[in-house]
Design a protein around this ligand. Structure first.
Ligand SMILES: *Cc1c(COP(=O)(O)O)cnc(C)c1O
Length: 383
């Protein structure tokens, strides 16, 4: 039996045609018609659930999108940027690329995402301690779960600090009927191999205006000024998505809604089959307003007191020996050795989840039979 993986890419079928077209027309260079086509596909798709028009710039990675978002917000050496602690390191690393310092803020138990009250405490305390406001705020849509973004935006507006939404895991998640990643100054998409759709590696920055998008494209192509020769007045980056990768993305946009629907089905199958299983809780984070997660990954918490001291690590190794891949939840950034010097505003929530949680196979390649077998093993573990 093949190993059941956490979240793998699934091609819809038309990707090959777009890539072939790139070869046939000799657009195997960076940029070209697939890049423009992919950006338009993403814009139209986002605009279906948005209260404004979105402008999307396709980039080489979600991490590059965060980096350029911070460049656009003017983050510089010596600045502080507030970042959700419960996340993947890619949310915070780009802050340090610019010589700025991350300030970590913990999550709330009902969404797993940035606690708006703790955010305000952190802002007030940073101003008191440093005499300066943080330059930006990065909330994260962990596992695709909506942040209480209207509360975060209220705090951000009160102190006039821009928000860069790390919505890399949240493609298709809605908050109050609108796409996550379209509320702040910028939003992030990732097309890495394990995300909702893939370009075999890639990302995008969601912008609110065409002029912002044009400026992002400028920084993403070495900040080359409009001169007949190579003139440079700013530091630039080589961050554009290639025309071949964008071809895969155009094919994936034909199946993105199916992928979201399938992950939703898988989540609800796990939830139904595991309901009432003593010691296991399927995580169903809830935001304050009408929120629809994309169910990128289904996560469970193992309650050691009810499983006679056996914890999530033992469950992971049982599943692993049955050829099922799982992964612990993200280890919070304030507990990472590399960020041990960074200021952190902590309430214990992310650490608690980190110590009990596991992500289960959730990708579109996971069958109902796989889910049933996984649930069977989890039940066996609990007995
Ligand atoms: C995947 C991910 C990113 C980075 O995206 P890449 O395309 O892998 O660079 C950023 N933030 C979060 C929360 C992610 O999960």
């Amino acid at each position: 039996m093949a190993r059941v993986l956490l979240s793998v890419a699934h091609m819809g079928g038309e990707e090959r045609d777009f890539v072939k077209e790139a070869f046939d027309t000799n657009w195997v260079v960076p940029l070209g018609p697939n890049v423009n086509g992919f950006e338009q596909d993403l814009e139209q798709w986002l605009n279906r659930h948005s209260d404004h028009e979105n402008h999307v710039v396709a980039l080489s990675a979600g991490t590059a999108a965060i980096h350029l978002g911070l460049v656009m917000l003017g983050v510089e050496k010596g600045d502080e940027v507030i970042c959700q602690s419960f996340t993947f390191a890619a949310s915070a690393n780009p802050i340090t690329y610019l010589g700025a310092t991350p300030v970590f803020v913990d999550s709330e138990a009902d969404t797993w995402n940035m606690d708006p009250e703790l955010l305000e405490e952190a802002i007030v305390d940073r101003i008191r301690k440093t005499g300066h406001k943080p330059k930006a705020i990065i909330p994260v849509y962990l596992y695709g779960n909506p942040v209480k973004i209207s509360k975060i935006m209220d705090v951000a507006r009160k102190y006039d600090i821009p928000v860069l939404e790390d919505s890399a895991e949240a493609m298709g998640s809605l908050y109050d009927g609108l796409h996550c990643g379209t509320f702040g100054a910028f939003g992030v998409m990732s097309f890495n191999g394990n995300k909702m759709i893939t370009t075999s590696g890639g990302g995008a920055l969601i912008c609110r205006s065409k002029s912002d998008a044009d400026r992002v494209k400028f920084f993403a192509t070495q900040a080359r000024e409009n001169f007949p020769y190579y003139q440079h007045e700013h530091i630039g980056y080589n961050y554009r998505l290639s025309n071949v990768s964008a071809g895969i993305g155009r094919g994936q946009m034909k199946v993105v809604d199916q992928h979201i629907a399938r992950r939703n089905e898988i989540h609800h199958r796990y939830a139904e089959l595991l309901s009432g299983v003593e010691g296991i809780r399927v995580m169903e984070p809830k935001a304050d307003k009408d929120a629809m997660p994309n169910y990128w990954l289904t996560c469970i918490c193992v309650d050691e007191e009810k499983t006679v001291g056996k914890d999530y690590r033992q469950l992971a190794s049982l599943l692993d020996s049955n050829d099922i891949e799982t992964r612990p939840l993200w280890k919070p950034m304030h507990l990472q050795p590399v960020f041990s010097q960074a200021p952190a505003y902590v309430n214990g929530v992310s650490e608690r989840f980190f110590n009990c949680g596991l992500c289960l196979p959730s990708g579109p390649m996971v069958s109902n039979d796989d889910v049933d077998r996984i649930v069977g093993l989890i039940k066996e573990f609990c007995h």
